[in-house]
Design a protein around this ligand. Sequence first.
Ligand SMILES: [Zn+2]
Ligand SMILES: [Zn+2]
Length: 117
Amino acid sequence: MENSIAFVMSPFVRKLYEAVAVIDRRQPVPATKWNISVLPIGIFHQDECPVKECHICSEIFEEEDKLRILPCGHLFHRACTDRWLGVSRLCPLCKGNVVELYKQWRTQHASDSKASE
Ligand SMILES: [Zn+2]
Ligand SMILES: [Zn+2]
């Protein structure tokens, strides 16, 4: 069986674009490289993580996979998330605007630490 990159990639890319089109009927707005780079990265550990699969590529996480954690609390493979956010800044699961949520989280975090001073 031919297992070329095109064979592997095309259903993924099609699914990605279809999902983005459903989420955001307007032109999807990508996140910038900076927007993506500030999002925390976690390492998957089977015992600790309640989420077992990546909803972007539908694959089960493997021990020590690198995950990107979105401010809405959803997490996906780091590579999948970065590719997704390069197309649309909306979380594929909850449709939250990752860039806005991150700004809110930052503001909240900043005022929290001021309040405790
Ligand atoms: Zn994935
Ligand atoms: Zn989400």
